[in-house]
Structures are given as structure tokens and as C-alpha cells.
Write a protein that binds this ligand. Sequence first.
Ligand code: Q9C
Ligand code: ZN
Length: 344
Amino acid sequence: MKTVYNDKHGLHAATHEFFRGQLVPAFEIPARADYVLKALRDAALGEVLAPSDHGLAPLERVHAPAYLRFVQGAHAEWLALGGEGDAFPAVWPVRSLRSDVEPKSFAARMGLYSMDSGTPLTAGSWPAAYWGAQACLSGLDLVLAGERAAYVLTRPPGHHAGADFFGGYCFVNNAAVAAQAALDHGLKRVAILDVDYHHGNGTQAIFYERADVFYASIHGDPQTEYPFFLGHADERGAGAGAGCNANYPLPAGASNDEWFAALDAALARLRAYAPELLIVSLGVDTYGGDPISHFKLDRPEFTRMGQILAAQGWPTLLLQEGGYATEAIGLNVVAVLQGFEGAS
Ligand code: Q9C
Ligand code: ZN
């Protein structure tokens, strides 16, 4: 399987993030992708390609242009105001406050365009996220040109980013950008299967009222797990998208049997939908050794996951999302991809 590698990912390099009100060492770090790249090469998995530039337009198909402009210029604004290091939001327009007026204040716009304080906005966040989306579009090109599957090695991840907000380490929703680009290419039905430990609130929200993208996710129950405010089982889509959203929240500590039962159920829904393309939001923070997550998958389960995904027979684009057991994520990702290749 070919990989498209976002070779600009290292521009997004936070040292710290906020967690429970304290600055702690960042989890979403450049070494994550470095380990995956090394593991791909050690396993001789296939060619590693650089992304080609598809411009801003495909990002503007899912994100508000004003949001993208803000992220693009935010760190320079922060520095111009005398800020040092990475920028963090600290105030948000919840419920009775207004979010339809863009304030002049930088601090206020940081809150308007974000969902949490755990996502450092660094000097290189924008170019890293921009080229990440380009890598995903380049991976899509491979699959649309007839490749059975392609893997995109990128960071920062994407699935928490909404149409007009960043959060959960995500700035540009790569899966949503790729799905929309596939539709714009002429496809009629795209499925996104999100196997990251966390619910992909951004992806769900972007397509919630649409029937041309089916979003299915297996994740830690938002009653106790990030992103807390979306990802419940009763979220089934609305309007034209009614019935095109399926969530499988599992309790923290869920067994591997429970996880694979949820995968079976999610795939049954996707088979009924009959997608022309499968996009996998491939987080490997479901790993038992992950420092911020609470499922128990290990290497044999990652291989099995890849086999099951390949067995569906759909052209498949696998996009890297989370996974924070830094030294293990390379082998975990390779296990999924080798499982896929062995079964396809
Ligand atoms: N310091 C993804 O996996 N907060 N995002 C965790 C631990 C946010 C994870 C707190 C976790 C976001 C793409
Ligand atoms: Zn995650």
C-alpha cells in the first residue's frame, strides 16, 4: 500500500498542553509521525510519496473561510500582541453568549474558533495542518485513480475540528475534506468509519444533516471521555441525513470482544449504505498502552481490524488520527495496514 506522508508535520510542535488546568508535556508531538514513518520503512510496506498542492478551495468546501483565515494568521497575531510561545484559548461563547458577532479581541476570537484549551496553536500549526489536508487529498487521488487503498501519515489529526473551530489537537478536518473532495469528484456515497478512541465530533457535525456521507464511530463513551459533548448512541443524523450517522460509545475499559462487536455492527450499517469509498479515521489510541485512552487493543487486534476493513471490498483511504503511545504507534499502524494488505 502506498503512503502519502505530510513531510511538513514537524512544523506543528507544541511542548506543552493544558490538562486539568495545568501545563503538561504535549501528547500530540512530531515523534509520533517519525515512529510511524520508520515502522512503514522497516516493514517495506510500500512507496512513500509527498503531497501535491490542491490549494485552499477543497478546505473551504467544509470549513468556514473566516475560520481558516483566522487559524492561518493567529500565531502571528499572538506574537504581535506580545504573546510568547504557543497560543491557547481561555474564554468561550457558551449558550447564552453570542457567537454570531466576531469580536476584535484576539483572545475572544481564539475562543470563538475553538472548543478547548488542550490544543496549542503554534507558529507552524497552520502550514502543518494545510499540508496534512493536501496529503489526504493526494491519498484520495491515488484511490480515485484505482489504488485498492492508500494510507496518509499526517499530523496534527483532524476529526475533532468542526466547520469553524479547532480542538482536540485538530485544526483541519482531514476526513471531511477528503470526503467532500470525493463527492466533488463525482462520487455519490462516501462512508467515514472513525476508529479513533475519541468520538469525531467535528466530522459528525459537518455531515449530520446530509445523506451523501455516512459517519460511523466507535469510541469511549462521552459521558466520561473527551469530547464529552457529542458521540451518544441516539445521534442518528437529522433532516436529509436522518439515519446516516451511527455512534457506538463503549465504556472506558471495554473489552476487545465489545470493540469488535461494535465494529461488526458499524460495518453492517455501512454495508446497507453501500458506499463507493470508505475513509477510515485511523486513530490507534485504542491501544492498551495509550496514555490518555482506555481501550485494550494490541497488535493482533490491529491486524484483525485491518483484515476486517479490507474484507468489505471498498476502495479505502486510511487517514492517521490519534495514538499517543509514541514508541508503539508505528507498529500499531503497520499492523492495521499489513492486516489490510493480507486480506485484500
Ligand atoms: N491530556 C485525538 O485523538 N484531551 N484527539 C485529552 C489529556 C484531548 C484527542 C487530555 C484529547 C484529544 C485526535
Ligand atoms: Zn483520539
